[in-house]
Design a protein around this ligand. Structure first.
Ligand SMILES: Cc1cc2nc3c(=O)[nH]c(=O)nc-3n(C[C@H](O)[C@H](O)[C@H](O)COP(=O)(O)O)c2cc1C
Length: 148
């Protein structure tokens, strides 16, 4: 089976760090995983993957980071049939913003609209919580690893 793509969009690098943590946790759980920047991932290739992990932070006022926006725009433009795809979702945000973790909700809604089925619950890391990103991610992987 091909490696599970862990696709991240980031503005200041946290999502990339957590993508590496998730890849490590998935590898420890016996899965083959590959970290891919969202801007390098071809939306047309999505249906070739049985499972993907999508990660994005939120920036501006509830907006998609610059590296996430083209992926989202391509989903809308290309409308791929994702009925054979399952995805897990991880968001990074800060609850002091009214638009807390808005970007992952936008991506999650679009993937679902195109027919993809979600695995587990969306994990939302809150920078204001002070919780360690690696620990939050590793605990979340434990909740989904059995369903991959
Ligand atoms: C200028 C700026 C705007 C932000 N806007 C939001 C926001 O609207 N909603 C939210 O939940 N978090 C917001 N955040 C918090 C980031 O999403 C959070 O710090 C996250 O960990 C950044 O991840 P990244 O380094 O992968 O981009 C903002 C942070 C900055 C610096």
């Amino acid at each position: 089976m091909s490696a599970i793509p862990i696709i991240f969009g980031t503005e200041s690098g946290n999502a990339e760090m957590v993508a590496d943590d998730i890849a490590e946790a998935l590898t420890d759980a016996g899965h083959d995983a590959e970290v891919v920047p969202m801007e390098d991932f071809e939306v047309a290739d999505l249906p070739d993957h049985e499972v993907v992990v999508v990660i994005t932070s939120t920036y501006g006022e509830g907006e998609l980071p610059e590296t996430t926006a083209p992926f989202h725009a391509a989903l809308i433009e290309q409308e791929p049939d994702l009925s054979s795809v399952r995805f897990a979702a991880f968001g990074l945000g800060d609850s002091t913003y009214e638009t807390y973790n808005n970007a992952i909700s936008i991506l999650q809604a679009e993937l679902t609209r195109l027919g993809a089925a979600q695995i587990g619950e969306t994990c939302r890391h809150d920078a204001a919580s002070g919780l360690d990103l690696t620990i939050v991610a590793t605990e979340w992987v434990d909740t989904i690893a059995g369903e991959l």
